[in-house]
Design a protein around this ligand. Sequence first.
Ligand SMILES: [Zn+2]
Ligand SMILES: [Zn+2]
Length: 305
Amino acid sequence: MLLKIQSGESVHSYIDRNISLNWRDPSARFFKAFSKSNLSFSELKTIASTMGWLGCRGLNRLLHFHTEYPVYSVIKNGQNLSYSQDAYISQAKWMGAKRQAFSFCPDCIREDILTLGFPFWHRLHQKNIEVCEKHNVLLQRVCPFCQKGFYFDNHGLDVIWNGCDSRSLAETVAIANNDPIKYKRSKLLNEMYHCGFHISEQAALKVLYEKLSSVDYQNFLPAQNADLYIDHLKLTVSRLNLKIFNSRVQLSITGLCFEAIMLAYEDFDSFLSDIKCHDNALRPIDSLWGTYQAGGGSCFNYITV
Ligand SMILES: [Zn+2]
Ligand SMILES: [Zn+2]
């Protein structure tokens, strides 16, 4: 029997945990093929359906709760009817699922052992995040005993269960974080992951531009690149108004929105409140799970399964 995936667990953690802790079960053999650096969407679909999460909805459920995909999907074009574009029929490797630069929070490890009996790798502890959102301590990017990183071809992820030379990562001393910006970034990403709605990127860009044009952001956040983000927002909003906005640049827009929310708001909920004033028909996050985009990036042909 497969192990139960944990709330907030990265899909790579789940794969390797099945191999390391469930090795007597035939499923461990199944997961070995997926313990690697890159996963394709079709491999993620296979993993989801083996977990009993079937079809397009199952793939999107896995993407939403156990990968970094919400970063690209929570804020999306209002005309886009699919959660993950053509992922359901795609054979492409998805670079967002690349297994790289894993890190851990010593306090989370100790807490998980206490509550669950075992630790796991959290999807929130990813490459652009330096602080644990829950404990406000620095994430550890290398093994404290041998200094190896947690890359695929370096220390394997199994070190969290099997230890390094008989020593457990749970022995690691946590180091308090003193940087409020890094902490805010972690909290904001966590709140974005837990957003129950899709936010129209058109509404998001306008709200962010209006907000940043009206507040003295320098009062509450020392941001070196604030002017750059505001200029970029201004340009994007003017393209939106001229109807020459290209939604295929969504990935860079998503990064732009995240940085702009960092500048303009104390938290994600305050941003969401302003969005609700502009868009009173927010789509529930799981309402697009059963639909995929067919026919390539520029062809908006949607199929619901
Ligand atoms: Zn933690
Ligand atoms: Zn080590």
